[in-house]
Design a protein around this ligand. Structure first.
Ligand code: GTP
Ligand code: MG
Length: 298
């Protein structure tokens, strides 16, 4: 039909330092919780795809672990996962948190993203924390340093300006048909969703370094649709006996609270009853061991 708008589709990768709000923005753009979010850095460990399907375009949105420096094998691998995913994007979102000037660590990441073949959009997130006029020097500095990039301020938390960001992305995507079924909103399996949910609840419940050295693996996932029940057994891997003791808590209370929070969330997502059991296992130094990081890490 003459004059009909063309359909566009493509991959959009979210990159940036830890804690800038990449996963929050992914969830906001998809309109559903796809990736876990916590107030602490280094939450995301995997490449996670969220799919947004509109009448005029389909966006394959790829969340990545935050770019950060650390000598630990787990962290090295997380950054490697991010770098590999960033190379896949037709559009790259370089996410930074709002401030009055460019943070040198953000600049270093944006320089790496600008060197990729993809079109770059610098997304200034957390707009709600900084009055807009205070952002003008930052926007000007970004225009100077990254003249080929679009610059879009948003609040992923409140949704401010996110539709404008999506419109900007769409213009950059190639014309083409949808790449994924239109009712699919993520590439994650139910097992992965369960692992991530439990890991999020551990992040939210525990202080100190425990979340950073804890991994979650589903060991058994039994679907019993006739009983409207999924039975899920997870293994929680920690680095130290002291971490295990804290995670379990007095008379098992902490672990029970974590399990209840995860179960309620999973019942909601899967729309069925969930029976969740958790076993905590100590693997001394696993975050520094390449073999075990490959098994549990991302
Ligand atoms: N005020 C405000 N907080 C936000 C916004 N977006 C995200 N946050 C908060 O920032 C924190 C980190 O958010 P995440 O989405 O987990 O950040 P991330 O970049 O995915 O972090 P990593 O996965 O660790 O790299 C959470 O407490 C979010 O609620 C925003 O627009 N405004
Ligand atoms: Mg994240």
């Amino acid at each position: 039909m003459a004059g009909a708008p063309e359909h566009r589709a493509g991959s959009v990768v979210l990159g940036g330092r830890s804690n800038v709000g990449k996963s929050t923005l992914l969830n906001r753009m998809v309109g559903q919780k796809v990736a876990i979010v916590t107030p602490r850095p280094q939450t995301t460990r995997r490449r996670i795809v969220g799919i947004r399907t509109d009448p005029d375009a389909q966006l394959l949105l790829i969340d990545t672990p935050g770019i950060h420096d650390s000598s630990k094998e787990l962290n090295r691998r997380m950054v490697e996962v991010a770098r590999r995913a960033l190379a896949e994007g037709q559009v790259v979102l370089g996410v930074i948190a709002a401030g009055e000037s460019i943070d040198p660590a953000d600049r270093a990441v944006l320089e790496q993203l600008a060197a990729l073949k993809a079109r770059l959009i610098v997304v200034i997130n957390k707009l709600d924390l900084v009055p807009r006029p205070h952002l003008l020097p930052l926007i000007e500095a970004l225009h100077g340093d990254f003249p080929d990039a679009e610059i879009v301020p948003v609040s992923a938390l409140r949704g401010d300006n996110v539709e404008e960001l999506i419109a900007t992305i769409k213009q950059m995507l190639p014309v083409g048909p949808a790449l994924m079924p239109e009712d699919q909103y993520t590439d994650q399996t139910e097992r992965m969703i369960a692992e991530e949910s439990v890991r999020e609840k551990i992040f939210l419940a525990m202080r100190q370094e425990i979340p950073f050295s804890t991994a979650v693996r589903v060991e058994k996932f039994v679907d019993q649709p006739e009983r409207r029940l999924k039975s899920i057994s997870v293994l929680v891997i920690v680095e130290r006996d002291s971490h295990k003791a804290m995670l379990i808590g007095a008379r098992g209370r902490t672990l029970k609270q974590i399990g209840t929070a995860a179960r309620l969330e999973l019942e909601n997502i899967f729309e069925t009853r969930v029976f969740l059991t958790m076993v905590v296992k100590v693997e001394p130094g696993w975050t520094r061991d390449p073999r075990r990081v490959a098994e549990y890490g991302t």
